[in-house]
Design a protein around this ligand. Structure first.
Ligand code: ATP
Ligand code: MG
Length: 333
């Protein structure tokens, strides 16, 4: 059975000038022990989706659909149950998380906190568990007595991973866990995450704008564009042989690690992502697409089967993509 099932999940932020549809109709499955990568440009809705999974969004966000964790809908869960599920069943390593550590408390106190808050350990047990967790993330036990400012960025991110592991969750949601780190440290932290999830059989959702990182870390990939999943499938196949023109652009021109400009737009892809409050009609990607047909501006688009275990929201995966209006005048007469 799937550990996590998303059914038609949408998230809308209410703002002064109207509503921002940040996530639109996302349906995905994650099997126990599997890692799913979510890719997409800045603003495509990746973090919004990740936060929705544990109801961590601000009050002005409205979430619809179903988010089933072990068959239980997170969206209708009572508050007490939700608190237990956070950390204990699933935990999050946030984007830029190393800045989330409390500057005036020692590392060991901060790692022990979820254990104590959730009543998982006595003070003595928590001390032993903290030493074990520090060792698992490759930090010597004495680092526990440090304050966050005494650690490097990479060491702080290791502490965040130790905190996420503390209550032995079944699912870790990692939102750009290495973006703020330099290239060498990124590789070390990614290797650490990969070995820890494999060793403990933890499922993972990892979010990144870098498809190459996700392809190396995850079993499956989902590519998001303007709040929608436009392609999903086994990661190596999606990376090497993308079926949606947007995923093709992402994988062909995957950003240079550490180049801030490359975060904004994949090289080789013209134009900007759409403003979510003024989405194009038909396929949201059609204004930037180099293989768009005239009908892509108006026809309904869905995630069509695109090979074994794969789906893509592009008419070109259909056996006969063209509609009569796409054919040159007079053809077929
Ligand atoms: P990045 O790669 O930059 O982290 P992302 O894919 O994680 O981007 P989100 O942060 O999920 O994107 O944002 C998706 C959309 O929702 C964007 O258009 C963003 O402006 C909008 N958005 C995010 N948070 C809020 C909020 N609190 N209120 C209103 N709109 C928001
Ligand atoms: Mg984000």
């Amino acid at each position: 059975m799937s550990l996590l099932q998303l059914r038609d999940v949408s998230v809308t932020y209410r703002v002064a000038s109207g509503e921002v549809p940040a996530v639109r109709g996302v349906s995905l499955d994650l099997a126990a022990g599997q890692a799913l990568g979510v890719a997409g440009e800045s603003g495509s809705g990746k973090s919004t989706l990740a936060m929705a999974l544990l109801r961590l969004l601000p009050r002005d966000a409205r979430v619809t659909g179903e988010i089933l964790l072990d068959g239980e809908d997170v969206l209708t869960m009572k508050w007490g149950r939700l608190r237990a599920v956070r950390w204990a069943s699933a935990s999050v390593v946030f984007q830029g998380a190393q800045h989330a550590l409390n500057p005036v408390r020692r590392i060991d106190e901060q790692i022990a906190e979820p254990l104590l808050v959730h009543g998982k350990a006595t003070a003595a047990q928590a001390r032993r568990r903290v030493a074990e967790l520090l060792e698992q993330v490759g930090l010597p036990a004495w680092r526990g007595r440090n304050y966050p400012h005494e650690l490097s960025g990479g060491q702080r991110q290791r502490v965040m991973i130790a905190m996420a592991l503390a209550c032995s969750p079944r699912l870790i949601i990692a939102d750009e866990p290495t973006t703020a780190l330099d290239v060498m440290i990124q590789a070390q932290v990614l290797t650490l995450i990969r070995s820890l999830i494999a060793e403990h059989g933890i499922s993972m959702i990892m979010i990144s704008h870098d498809l190459s990182v996700l392809a190396s870390m995850c079993d499956r990939l989902a590519v998001m564009y303007a709040g929608q999943v436009v392609e999903h499938g086994p990661s190596r196949e999606v990376f090497a042989d993308a079926r949606h023109p947007y995923s093709r652009a992402l994988s062909a021109a995957f950003p240079t690690v550490g180049d801030p400009a490359s975060r904004l737009s994949p090289r080789g892809l013209a134009g900007d992502p759409p403003d979510p409050m003024h989405l194009p009609s038909g396929c949201s990607f059609h204004p930037r697409c180099d293989v768009a047909l005239p009908s892509c501006a108006s026809r309904p688009i869905e995630l069509w089967p695109a090979g074994e275990g794969r789906r893509a929201a592009c008419v070109h995966v259909l056996p006969d993509p063209a509609l009569p209006e796409d054919l040159p005048a007079g053809s077929g007469e």
